[in-house]
Design a protein around this ligand. Structure first.
Ligand SMILES: C[S@@+](CC[C@H](N)C(=O)[O-])C[C@H]1O[C@@H](n2cnc3c(N)ncnc32)[C@H](O)[C@@H]1O
Length: 254
C-alpha cells in the first residue's frame, strides 16, 4: 500500500491485524514504556480526580492509554473506547474481556509500572475494563463532542500520509472540548508509516512542536509535551516502521 497521497478512506482497515501489531509494540514493559508512564503521570497527578467521562479514539486492543488517564475520573464515570477498524474493535473487546476474566497479561505489568509512579494508578485497569462502551467512530467524519477527557495513542498520526486529513482529524479530536477538559496524545515522531504483518499503512510525520503549536492555535494550553527515543522491539518481525521516537502531549481547555 503506497504512502503517497493514500487517503484514509482508501485504506482497507479490515487488513489491520491486531495479532501482528500488538506483539510488536506491546509484548512487555520496557524502559520506553516506563519513561512514558512516568512522564505522563507526573503531569496528570497534578490534576483533580473529578473528571466525568473519558473517550479514546483508535484504541484497538491497547489499554495503556486509557489506563494512563482513567485515575482522573470520578468513580463510575463512563468510558468509551472507539476505533474505525472492525479487527481493532474486536481486539478492544477481547482485551477488556481478558481483564474482566482475570487474565490481564501484559497490561498488569503496565499497571504496575504506573502504580510505581503513583499509587493512585493501582486500579486503572479495573476502572477501564469495568464496563466500557466499545463502538465504531471515524474521527474524520465528526467532532468527538462531549467528553471531559479525550485520548489517542498513535491514531491521528497513523490515519494516512495526507496533511489535510491529519489536520482535519486533529481538529475533530479536539472538537467539543469544554473549559477544564483534558486531551492526551501519544504519537509517532517523524514516521511516514509502518507495516502490520505484510501490509503497509502510511503515516503523517509530525513532532512535538507541531502538536503543541497546533493545539495552542486552537486555544488550548499545553501542560506538557515531550519526545522520547524508541527502539524497535526485536522479539517479532511481524511489524516494522519508520519510527525512531515517540511523542506525547497533554492539553487543557482554559
Ligand atoms: C497505529 S494504530 C494505534 C493503536 C493503539 N491506539 C496504540 O496506541 O497502539 C492506529 C489506529 O487508528 C485507527 N484508525 C484509522 N483510521 C481511523 C479513523 N478514521 N478514525 C478512527 N480511528 C482510526 C486504526 O484502526 C488503528 O486502530
Amino acid at each position: 500500500m503506497s504512502s503517497d497521497g493514500t487517503a484514509n478512506g482508501d485504506i482497507d482497515w479490515a487488513l489491520f491485524s491486531p495479532a501482528a501489531y500488538a506483539p510488536h509494540h506491546y509484548i512487555g514493559v520496557d524502559c520506553h514504556d516506563v519513561a512514558i508512564a512516568r512522564r505522563i503521570i507526573t503531569t496528570l497527578e497534578r490534576l483533580s480526580g473529578d473528571y466525568r467521562s473519558l473517550t479514546e479514539i483508535g484504541a484497538g486492543g491497547v489499554l495503556r492509554t486509557a489506563c494512563l488517564a482513567a485515575p482522573l475520573l470520578m468513580p463510575g464515570s463512563p468510558i468509551t473506547l472507539t476505533d474505525v477498524a472492525e479487527p481493532q474493535l474486536a481486539a478492544t473487546r477481547l482485551a477488556v474481556e481478558q481483564v474482566q476474566q482475570g487474565r490481564p497479561g501484559y497490561w498488569a505489568a503496565h499497571e504496575a509500572a504506573m502504580t510505581a509512579v503513583n499509587s493512585r494508578w493501582a486500579n486503572a485497569l479495573a476502572t477501564v475494563c469495568r464496563k466500557p462502551t466499545i463502538r465504531r467512530y471515524n474521527v474524520l467524519q465528526a467532532p468527538l463532542g462531549t467528553s471531559s477527557i479525550r485520548i489517542e495513542g498513535h491514531c491521528l498520526c497513523s490515519l494516512s500520509a495526507r496533511p489535510d486529513e491529519y489536520n482535519h482529524a486533529v481538529s475533530n479530536f479536539y472538537g467539543g472540548m469544554q473549559t477544564g477538559d483534558v486531551a492526551i496524545r501519544l504519537f509517532d515522531i517523524g514516521s511516514t508509516g509502518y507495516n502490520v504483518g505484510d501490509v503497509w499503512f502510511p503515516g503523517y510525520p509530525t513532532d512535538e512542536l507541531e502538536v503543541s503549536n497546533q493545539a495552542e492555535s486552537m486555544g488550548l494550553v499545553v501542560l506538557d509535551s515531550f519526545r522520547m527515543p524508541y527502539q524497535k522491539r526485536t522479539d517479532s518481525n511481524a511489524a516494522s516502521s519508520t519510527l525512531s521516537a515517540l511523542g506525547g502531549a497533554i492539553m487543557v481547555k482554559p
